[in-house]
Ligand binder design. Sequence first.
Ligand code: ADP
Ligand code: MG
Length: 381
Amino acid sequence: GYDDTRGDYYLIQNDHIHYRYEILCVLGKGSFGQVAKCLDHKTNRIVALKIIRNKKRFEKQGMVEVKVLDKLRKEDEDDKYNLVHMLDYFQFRGHLCFTFELLGNNLYEWLKSGGFRGVNLEVCRNFSAQMLHCLNLLKEVKIIHCDLKPENVLLCDVANKQPQSKDTHRGERGYSATHNPSDFDGPEYKIKIIDFGSSCYESEKIYTYVQSRFYRSPEVILGISYSSAIDMWSLGCILVELYTGYPLFPGENEHEQLLCIMEIFGLPSMNLVDRGTRKKTYFDSNGTVKLVVNSKGKKRKPGSKSLSSILKNCDPLFIDFIEKCLEWDPEKRMTPLGALRHDWIKEYHSNKYMQQQFFSEKKMPTSANFVSYRESKGSFP
Ligand code: ADP
Ligand code: MG
């Protein structure tokens, strides 16, 4: 059984949920609740069950998660947009629950299993294109994910989707992929974005403060109204982390987070800063940035580090791509559509092998008309 001292989590034991789902093991635990691997006795399928804490705040956000997941599964009936599919949702003993297709390790666990050595540029590009398919759809349907980070991107493992007897699953992780040198041979993984537990419609933003700190965009830090551009910021951070193995901006707190960004990209324009409600937190009355010392005694100075030194000798197209994701001004930041058209990604689309991987069933458009495929639904300018 799973023991927890916080009373509002559902205690996971050798239990049947909803007279149907037999809990096999815990897959993960986050701020919103727990995720367990379960055997669905009705379909004889292994699923992931997310059980939301039964506290008002989490319930309420859980309902938004249901609404978003329901919309997304309708938008992605062919399972093409690299996002997790909700199978069902219900209330059980006061807890909101969802079931999902079972996926594998999250990218943080995966990087960790590789000793934080990072992955090669082909894998980064493969993952980038897959995440962009999802972000492009999200932008089109006006949903902001608001919590993109390696923990919320999962490897897929088709083998685990087959019905299997519960004994072979008990106590195991959904997917045991470890990241070893053969991973460097080339792109071979499919990934999906999960955790719409912080997401919102652009028109229905509840919180002014979103995203996990390392992946938090400057507009959120500065207190400027945010948009789907915050997800592109997080994407840029994730890609560098995949490549190097380490977070690009490992701020210990909010203030240092902003200084980490400035350390590489220098000072933002005062026009941008002036739009933020939190200007006074980070700048003195002369408009000079306040520097702080972190727990290691380090004082980060604006403009003292370069992105190319962090990404040593890598493809200049990748550096350009990252710089465009990490543009200070959300209005000028690259959009998912712009990113799919960027030369670093475009090349990738023209690779036949990759098209087979991601656009399995039907004949899929080639690089040049991939974008128009979504545009044909009519919501792009
Ligand atoms: P939270 O909102 O609490 O962060 P998540 O939906 O991100 O909850 O799930 C927490 C963790 O559980 C994830 O980081 C992942 O490791 C695991 N997990 C979530 N969904 C699945 C799934 N469909 N298959 C396998 N593991 C999952
Ligand atoms: Mg999560």
